[in-house]
Design a binder for this molecule. Structure first.
Ligand code: SF4
Length: 377
């Protein structure tokens, strides 16, 4: 048993060791890559030229944990709105540009901290040169945002000549990487290195393959995301698998969850992904059992109530992991592993703290006792 535990601890240690080494690039005052924590991004869903609504949404997002905001720039009016938006917000802003490089130039002058360029639709060297000149002057970063849905036509022709035994996903991933590498080369030739890379597809497997391949070829930081994942459960699962798999391999420096839902939901899911992998901690973690016929307390009710009351607990509370287990089979073990926990036992609850039994109380007293114990931190 002891061997097993030390093996598990070593695995965790090794996982942390294997974080991909990258260059550090700054978007405003947020560092991406290097030794920085994986940061959370989202994108506004308002009309950017509606400054009031856009600023309101950005402020709401910041409040719940969004660290970098991206805004779409489909028009001259939206590029011009950046000036006012920047004055009213205090998180870094990334301007998302497609097709028209002149919008990037306006956004840079207006204070955008970074520009997302899509190699599939802004690829003329002279245009890129102008954007890079402005980015250097304004000390802004560039995200090379490759998307499988908007690969350049010449890449698609090349796809036809690819070896037939490869799967379509692999071919697409290779083309995405090739597209990013070509763009990196152009930027480096212009002596520009404040680069962040993204390689998004709506297909989870293609996305994972593209980032894995790119990780072998470049040390620029990655913005991770699976694009257009859709609604609720499906979007959440696709994003969690795509982003989570890569992060668990040590790949990824900033994340954006793309859902056909509110941006607030995107931020919430991003936080859950990072916390699930132990990369960030935003709130105490509840470990509650699924319950079964052995469950000897009303576990669902207790878990829900604990979760509700935890929202009011000081974030600096030392109890990071709280176990709520239905019986004495796995209960005491899990509760002992957590910072604090309870295990049901015939209508009663055994309370553990830092691995030791501290109390045994009646079911109705479990929640109060648990929080009283936590207050002592
Ligand atoms: S901890 Fe007990 S009640 Fe909960 S699922 Fe496991 S065996 Fe069932």
């Amino acid at each position: 048993m002891e061997n097993q535990i030390s093996k598990i601890k070593n695995q965790k240690y090794n996982y942390q060791l294997h974080k991909r080494e990258t260059k550090a690039v700054k978007i405003g005052d947020v560092e991406i890559g290097g030794n920085a924590l994986v940061s959370i991004q989202s994108m506004t869903k308002t009309n950017t030229e509606d400054i009031t609504q856009t600023v309101r949404q950005i402020k709401r997002l910041k409040k719940i944990g969004c660290e970098i905001i991206r805004v779409g720039i489909p028009s001259l009016e939206s590029a011009e709105a950046i000036k006012e938006i920047k004055k009213k917000i205090d998180i870094p802003l990334v301007a998302d540009i497609h097709f028209d490089y002149r919008l990037a130039l306006i956004c840079l002058v207006n204070g955008a901290d970074a520009i997302r360029l899509n190699p599939g639709n802004i690829y003329k060297i002279e245009q890129i040169r102008k954007v890079i000149k402005a980015a250097k002057k304004e000390r802004a970063a560039i995200r090379i945002g490759v998307n499988s849905g908007s690969l350049k036509k010449s890449n698609i022709k090349y796809q036809i000549s690819k070896i037939k035994t490869k799967t379509k996903n692999t071919e697409t991933a290779e083309l995405m990487v090739e597209s990013a590498l070509n763009y990196i080369k152009i930027l480096e030739e212009l002596n520009f290195c404040d680069i962040i890379i993204s390689l998004k597809s709506s297909d989870v497997s293609t996305t994972i393959q593209a980032y894995r391949l790119m990780a072998k070829k470049s040390n620029y930081p990655f913005h991770l995301g699976v694009t257009a994942t859709g609604f609720s459960q499906t979007g959440l699962i696709k994003s969690s698998i795509g982003i989570g798999t890569l992060l668990a391999e040590g790949v990824g420096d900033t994340i954006r969850v793309s859902l056909t839902e509110s941006p607030e939901r995107e931020v919430e899911v991003a936080k859950e992904i990072l916390q699930s992998l132990g990369l960030r901690q935003f709130k105490p973690e509840i470990i509650s059992c699924p319950t079964c016929s052995r469950c000897s307390i009303d576990l669902k009710k207790i878990s829900r109530e604990v979760q509700k009351r935890l929202k009011k607990v000081d974030k600096t509370c030392i109890y990071k992991k709280i176990a709520i287990m239905g019986c004495v089979v796995n209960g005491p073990g899990e509760a002992k592993e957590a910072d604090i926990g309870i295990a049901g036992a015939g209508g009663e609850g055994i309370i553990f703290k830092k691995g030791k039994i501290v109390k045994k109380v009646k079911e109705g007293e479990i929640i109060e006792t648990l929080f009283k114990e936590m207050e002592q931190c």
